[in-house]
Design a protein around this ligand. Structure first.
Ligand code: AMP
Ligand code: ZN
Length: 435
């Protein structure tokens, strides 16, 4: 069975990849300059002409695009082809402000689905597999991307969308699903439901999961792998750049290979915009070099990340990105300390709790408060007040050791925190409401 979807690209010598990227970048900059007045203005303001970009080494000369630009240019201001040439739009899951809409030509859809096919193949998928797509279908890119990739690979595709959790398990059993695609929080919920239905991983045929669209920790990975009896692969993407499949994990599970033939990554200092050397943590920026309809150049993702190039045991030479450490705007500053929800998740799972939690931040009497509600499972549940208080104290201590600040921990009864069927909402920051 094929190990790669496109071996010549996925295992290309880095110098050849750079040459391919350069050729595509030069063409793309010209295409954007000629067809997107919004970006042409940005280039003119910066005094950069298309002919100044002769290879990837010149990438840093181009102006950045940010979410604010996308909102300003909404809906069609960054479109680089006539609308009649577009066949699809998708939209971000953002709930605040204007949503971002991204346009695709048929060529763009094909490339995107191809990237997802690479991800499914890297997770061991082939035409003998039954691929259950439980990402939401609709404007969200998760369902559409993996669905298209699964078709390309030739898997029997189950377009389940998310939700209706018991029915998901029923189909999984009846049709013998071998690959599951959904958000990690939904995968955890499916694992929990399997258990609640009195079933074990031996009752299903799943072997792999392709999970992404939201941050998740290594601890969460191990917990999902155990509850569903699978190997769990990470997948990364964002609507602005196409959708899932911008980067995908291989069997080594040490970061995601970026589909560099389509997307050139950079890491920048989020404050100064300066490009940082390989291995530094900073904001991930993508330049899309093959898209026709919505080709963003130097788009700032706000995801904090690190890039590493090196030999991977899978044989792929594509550069790798680490698990994003969260968006720069997910980071909370609580009593002056930088806190990521993922740090809290790590402690909870290490201490034997489920990944069902809610973080609430507020400001009272000019001081920040951090309250973390954590669900107990049936074994941890106790009707003795003292037992619960002791556990809360212990957990608060472990979180303090990780973060350096004291949280208030509330252990709550089993099943009292709403489960996620898509992207989980784990933080409520009420300070923003007062501002
Ligand atoms: P959207 O375009 O609305 O689907 O959101 C894209 C954003 O989801 C990215 O910019 C990341 O912040 C986040 N995201 C997607 N995939 C992952 C992943 N595998 N790990 C962590 N965050 C992710
Ligand atoms: Zn690899």
């Amino acid at each position: 069975m094929a190990k790669y979807w496109n071996e010549s690209i996925e295992c290309m010598a880095p110098d050849d990849m750079k040459a391919l990227q350069s050729e595509r970048l030069v063409k793309q900059v010209r295409h954007v300059y000629d067809n997107v007045p919004y970006y042409r203005n940005l280039m003119d303001e910066k005094g950069v002409r298309p002919e100044d970009i002769r290879s990837v080494d010149d990438l840093h000369k181009l102006p950045f695009l940010s979410k604010a630009d996308l909102r300003e240019a909404y809906p069609c201001g960054l479109l680089a082809v006539p609308q009649s040439e577009c066949v699809r739009i998708q939209s971000t899951s953002g709930t605040t402000g204007r949503r971002v809409v991204a346009f695709y030509t048929q060529h763009d859809v094909d490339l995107w689905e191809d990237c997802c096919a690479r991800a499914i193949t890297a997770a061991g998928g082939n035409e003998d597999d039954v691929c259950q797509v439980a990402y939401g279908y609709g404007l969200f890119t998760g369902g559409a991307g993996l669905h298209g990739g699964s078709h390309k690979v030739g898997c029997l595709t189950l377009p389940m969308s998310s939700g209706n959790t018991e029915r998901q398990i029923q189909f999984m059993r009846d049709l013998g699903s071998t690959i599951l695609c959904c958000t990690p929080s939904y995968a955890a919920y499916l694992g929990e439901t399997l258990h609640d239905m009195g079933l074990t991983p031996d009752d299903i045929k799943l072997k792999a999961g392709i999970f992404g669209a939201e941050p998740w920790t290594e601890e969460m990975r191990r917990s999902i792998e155990k509850s569903l009896g699978i190997k769990a692969y990470d997948i990364f993407g964002l609507t602005e750049i196409s959708g899932p499949g911008v980067a995908f994990e291989c069997e080594e599970q040490t970061g995601m290979h970026i589909n560099e033939d389509n997307f050139i990554p950079e890491i920048i200092d989020p404050e100064t915009g300066e490009v940082l050397p390989e291995g530094s943590v900073g904001e991930l920026v993508f330049t899309s070099i093959t898209k026709e309809a919505f080709p963003l150049l130097r788009y700032r993702t706000r995801d904090l990340c690190k890039l590493t190039r090196g030999k991977c045991s899978c044989g792929r030479t594509l550069i790798k990105m680490c698990k994003p450490m969260g968006r720069s705007d997910d980071m909370m500053i609580i009593r002056g300390v930088n806190v990521f929800p993922s740090q809290i998740e790590t402690v909870l799972i290490e201490q034997g709790y489920s990944p069902n939690y809610l973080i609430e931040v507020d400001r009272k009497n000019n001081s920040d408060t951090l309250d973390i509600s954590v669900e107990m499972n049936a074994d941890q549940f106790s009707d003795k007040m003292k037992d619960i208080q002791d556990k809360e104290k212990h957990l608060a201590g472990a979180i303090k050791t990780m973060l350096g600040i004291n949280p208030k921990v509330h252990l709550v009864s089993p099943k009292s925190i709403t489960r996620s069927e898509g992207k989980a909402v784990r933080v409520i920051d009420r300070r923003k409401l007062h501002d």
